[in-house]
Design a protein. Structure first.
Lengths: 463, 195
C-alpha cells in the first residue's frame, strides 16, 4: 500500500515507538514568539536544561509588539514590554536566531518562516502557535503546540506525539474569477463545520489547490486550525521550489539539488489510503464572509444571516447584532482591517491595492493595513503599494499580528462592526464586544470604500 | 506535578460548543511571562461584569459550584489559540477534569501536561445527575451516587503521564542515546535539515 506525504514525513522522523499510537518524533525546526515562546525559554533555563540544536531554533516578535510607526519596546498593551524583553534576553542567552524589533526580517512568525526558508518541504516544525499549520503550504509537517511541548522540543529535539489520522480534501476544477484562497477556506468551514477535520492531518490536493501560488496555499492551510485539523499539508511542487530557492536558510548549491530530488518524492503515492476524504468542486466556491461568532458561521457574501432557533445560532446573532435573514451586503461597517498570518503577504496587499487605487475609504470608517513582515512591507513600498493604501485613507503599519486579536492594548470598540482579513471571529477577539466579519483582503478593501459590506467583484478596478 | 488517581467533586456545566481559548483565558488576562497568576482571569469575559463585579448568571459564580473541580463542556472544547495559559488557568483555578464530547488537539495535549484529565464523553447526560461525580482514572470511569456509570477511552501515554504526574522532558531525556544516534544517521540522509 502506498504512503501519504504525511506518512512519509512521519516515518522519516520516527525515532522510537512509545507504545500504542504514540511515537517519539524528531523535530527539525522550532519557532518561538514573545507571547508563548519566551516562557518556554525561561522555563527551560530555570530547569537548568539546554537546547539540543540552537541553530535550528528561531524567535520573532509579533504578538504584543506595537505596529505603530516609530515603535519601541514600549507597548500599548500593559506589560507587553515584559514579554519582549524576557524573550529577547532568553533568546540571546540561549544562542538562537532572533528576528528582533528593527531587524528587517522581523514579522509574523508564519509569514517570515517561508520567506527565510526556515520551513522546507519534508521538515518537521513546531511553534507554540495554533496557526503553525499555515506552513504546511510548503510541504513540511508543521503544527502548533503548547509552551510545555515547545520546551520539550528545545530540550530534546523531539516530541512525543500521538500519530494523527489523515484526511484528503480534493478541490477539483478551477476556482471562478474573483474567488480567493480565503473564500475557499471559509467555504470549507461553512460547509463542513469547525470540527470538519477533527484531529486529522489534512492534505489539500486537486487541480484548484495546485493552481494556487505559494502565498495562496499559505492562506488556505492557515485556517486548518479553525477546521480542527492537527495540521494541513500540500505536496511541494516546482512553485514551492522556486519560492524557496536562494532563501537565506534554504540549502545552496549541491545540497539544494539533493534536497529538491528528495522533495520530489514526498507527494502521496497514487495508491495511498486516507482515513477520510472530502471532494469538492471548485466551481461551487463563491466569495464568502462570516456572519456570526465562529469561523463555521461563513456564508456566501451575497447571502443572508441564517434562520434557526438553535441556542448557538441565537447567541451568535445577538452578539453580531444582525437578525435572521438580514442581508450581509450593505451592512454598515465601522472599521476595516487587512493583516494577520492569514492575509498579509505581498500578493494579498497587491490585490487589495488594485481595488483601493483611485478610491477613498468611506467617511467614518477606520481602515488599517499591517504588512506581515518587514520583507513584505519593503517590497510593497518598492512597488508604491503603501502610497495607494495611504492615499485611500488606510493606516500603513509596521509588521506584527496587531489587531487580529485584543491582547489588552489596541482594539476595536464595543459593537463596532469590522470586516477583517484575519482568521477568528470569536466574541471579543478584536476588542471587547467587537463584531468581526472574516473575509478576503479584496472584500475588506471593497467594504472600506463602500462603508458597508460590499462585493469586490462588483467593483471594477480603476486605472 | 501530582499524579491523578481519582477525584470526587461537584461538576460545573458549561455545555456550549466551540468554547475557545480566548474565552477560557482572554489574551488581555495574560499579564506576565509566567505560568501562574492566571486563575483570576479564567473565563473573565463571562465571569465578570463592568468593574470586574462577578456576573451572577455565570455558572462558576452560582452557589453550589464554587467548589467544582470538574467542568462539563461542549464539542470542540478549547479550540482557537494554542496558548497553554488556558490549561494553566483552569488548573490554577482548581479544575482537574474536563468532560466534553471532543477537544481541540493542542488544548487536549496542554491539559495532559498540566494534570487535567480530558474525558471524551457527551457531558449532557452526566449533567443530569445530581450530586458529586467520581472520576476514576485507572478504571477510566465516571460514577454518580445513584449508581450510573460511564466509561471513557484515553490513550496509554496520556493516562500514564496523568497517573504518575511525570516530568515528560525527564522521561524523554532517558532516551538521549537513541535520539543522538538517530540524528547522526539522519544527518547523512537529510543534510539540509541540519543547520
Amino acid at each position: 500500500m502506498g504512503r501519504t506525504i504525511f506518512g512519509k514525513i512521519w516515518d522519516a522522523h520516527r525515532i522510537e515507538s512509545l507504545g500504542e499510537a504514540s511515537d517519539l518524533i524528531l523535530i527539525d525546526r522550532l519557532l518561538l514568539h514573545e507571547r508563548t515562546g519566551g516562557i518556554a525559554l525561561k522555563s527551560l533555563a530555570e530547569a537548568g536544561r539546554s537546547i539540543v540544536a540552537p541553530r535550528q531554533v528561531f524567535a520573532t516578535m509579533d504578538h504584543v509588539v506595537d505596529t505603530l510607526p516609530g515603535r519601541s519596546d514600549r507597548t500599548i498593551m500593559p506589560t507587553g514590554r515584559d514579554f519582549i524583553v524576557a524573550t529577547r534576553e532568553a533568546a540571546i542567552a540561549a544562542g538562537i536566531t532572533l528576528f528582533d524589533l528593527g531587524d528587517p526580517r522581523q514579522g509574523i512568525v508564519h509569514v517570515i518562516s517561508p520567506e527565510q526558508g526556515i520551513i522546507l518541504p519534508g521538515l518537521s516544525l513546531v511553534c507554540p502557535d495554533s496557526h503553525t499549520c499555515s506552513q504546511g503550504a510548503l510541504g513540511g509537517l508543521a503544527w502548533g503546540v503548547g509552551s510545555s511541548e515547545a520546551e520539550h522540543a528545545l530540550a530534546t529535539a523531539t516530541l512525543r506525539v500521538r500519530r494523527p489520522k489523515t484526511m484528503r480534501v480534493t478541490v477539483n476544477g478551477t476556482l471562478r474569477p474573483g474567488v480567493t484562497p480565503k473564500d475557499l477556506a471559509l467555504h470549507l468551514l461553512g460547509r463542513f463545520g469547525s470540527a470538519g477535520a477533527k484531529g486529522h492531518v489534512v492534505e489539500y490536493a486537486g487541480e484548484a489547490v495546485h493552481a494556487l501560488d505559494v502565498e495562496g496555499r499559505l492562506t488556505l492551510c492557515n485556517m486548518a486550525t479553525e477546521f480542527s485539523a492537527f495540521t494541513a499539508i500540500i505536496a511541494p511542487d516546482d512553485k514551492v521550489f522556486a519560492y524557496l530557492k536562494d532563501a537565506p536558510f534554504a540549502p545552496k548549491g549541491e545540497a539544494w539539488d539533493a534536497a529538491v530530488a528528495d522533495w520530489r518524492a514526498l507527494a502521496s503515492d497514487v495508491d495511498a489510503v486516507f482515513d477520510a476524504e472530502l471532494d469538492i468542486d471548485a466551481a461551487d466556491v463563491v466569495p464568502m464572509i462570516s456572519w456570526g461568532n465562529s469561523p463555521q458561521h461563513s456564508v456566501p457574501l451575497a447571502s443572508h444571516v441564517p434562520h434557526g432557533s438553535d441556542e448557538a445560532l441565537v447567541r451568535a446573532r445577538d452578539y453580531i447584532g444582525l437578525g435572521e435573514g438580514a442581508a450581509l451586503i450593505g451592512q454598515p461597517i465601522d472599521a476595516a482591517f487587512i493583516g494577520s498570518c492569514t492575509n498579509s503577504r505581498l500578493s494579498d496587499l497587491r490585490r487589495a491595492a488594485a481595488i483601493l487605487k483611485g478610491r477613498h475609504v468611506a467617511p467614518g470608517v477606520r481602515a488599517i493595513c499591517v504588512p506581515g513582515s518587514g520583507q513584505v512591507k519593503a517590497a510593497a513600498e518598492a512597488e508604491g503599494i503603501d502610497r495607494i493604501f495611504l492615499d485611500a485613507g488606510f493606516e500603513w503599519r509596521e509588521p506584527g499580528c496587531s489587531m487580529c486579536f485584543f491582547a489588552g492594548g489596541e482594539h476595536f470598540g464595543a459593537q463596532e462592526r469590522v470586516v477583517t482579513s484575519t482568521n477568528r471571529n470569536f466574541e471579543s477577539r478584536q476588542g471587547p464586544g467587537t463584531r468581526s466579519h472574516l473575509a478576503s483582503p479584496e472584500t475588506v478593501a471593497a467594504s472600506a470604500i463602500a462603508g458597508c459590506i460590499a462585493d469586490p467583484t462588483q467593483m471594477e478596478a480603476q486605472s | 506535578m501530582n499524579g491523578f488517581l481519582a477525584l470526587t467533586s461537584i461538576a460545573a456545566p458549561l455545555i456550549r460548543d466551540n468554547v475557545d481559548t480566548d474565552a477560557i483565558i482572554p489574551s488581555r488576562e495574560m499579564k506576565s511571562v509566567a505560568k501562574t497568576g492566571l486563575a483570576d482571569g479564567l473565563f473573565a469575559g463571562w465571569r465578570y461584569r463592568e468593574g470586574r463585579k462577578p456576573n451572577p448568571d455565570f455558572i462558576l459564580n452560582q452557589p453550589g459550584y464554587a467548589a467544582a473541580r470538574i467542568l462539563l463542556g461542549g464539542a470542540n472544547f478549547g479550540c482557537g489559540s494554542s496558548r497553554e495559559h488556558a490549561a494553566w488557568a483552569l488548573a490554577e483555578y482548581g479544575f482537574r477534569v474536563i468532560v466534553a464530547p471532543s477537544f481541540n488537539p493542542i488544548f487536549r495535549a496542554n491539559c495532559v501536561r498540566n494534570g487535567i484529565v480530558p474525558v471524551e464523553l457527551d457531558a449532557r447526560p452526566i449533567a443530569q445527575a445530581s450530586g458529586p461525580l467520581t472520576v476514576d482514572l485507572p478504571s477510566q470511569s465516571i460514577t454518580v451516587a445513584d449508581g450510573r456509570r460511564w466509561t471513557f477511552a484515553i490513550d496509554s501515554e496520556a493516562k500514564a503521564m496523568l497517573l504518575d504526574g511525570l516530568d515528560e522532558i525527564g522521561l524523554t531525556l532517558l532516551r538521549a542515546g537513541a535520539i543522538t544516534a538517530f540524528r547522526a544517521h539522519d544527518r547523512t540522509l537529510r543534510p539540509w535539515a541540519y543547520l
